[in-house]
Every structure is written in structure tokens, then in C-alpha cells.
Design a protein. Structure first.
Length: 78
């Protein structure tokens, strides 16, 4: 999934496990360090929020299906 800043100067790609992939920064943004930091913070936080929601949704879906029947999971070996 990806998140793009409001005026498309910064794009962050993030996997659902919150591993950051490519980051694209428009040259316009490179001239203003403070603005770059602000855009980076907001965009990364939005991407992490989206990834967290996706991750929680996937975990909930797996939990809903229950734990598979794995031999000896109850502590007894038959």
C-alpha cells in the first residue's frame, strides 16, 4: 500500500507489516528541510495507520477461522 502527501510531493510505500519500501520525494520538497520533515512525518504516520488497520483486519480474519487442528497442540502426544 502507499500513501501520498496532499500535494503529491512525497510518496511512501509500506507493507502491511510496516516495512517501508520505496520513498519518492519531489525535487520541490528538497529545498525546504522543515517542510520535508513535516510532510514526511504526516505521510509516514498515515501509511503506518493504514498498514496497522490492514494488519489487524487480516489477523482478525485468521482468528475468526480458529486455530487449525494441529497434532499435540493440546499438550498430549498420541
Amino acid at each position: 500500500m502507499s500513501e501520498t502527501s496532499s500535494i503529491n510531493w512525497l510518496k511512501v510505500m509500506l507493507k502491511a507489516n510496516q516495512i517501508i519500501k520505496p520513498i519518492d520525494i519531489d525535487d520541490e520538497l528538497l529545498s525546504d528541510k522543515e517542510q520535508l520533515k513535516d510532510y514526511f512525518k504526516v505521510t509516514i504516520n498515515k501509511a503506518i495507520e493504514k498498514a496497522t488497520i490492514i494488519n489487524k483486519t487480516e489477523i482478525a480474519a485468521h482468528a475468526k477461522n480458529g486455530i487449525p487442528n494441529i497434532p499435540a497442540i493440546d499438550g498430549t502426544f498420541k
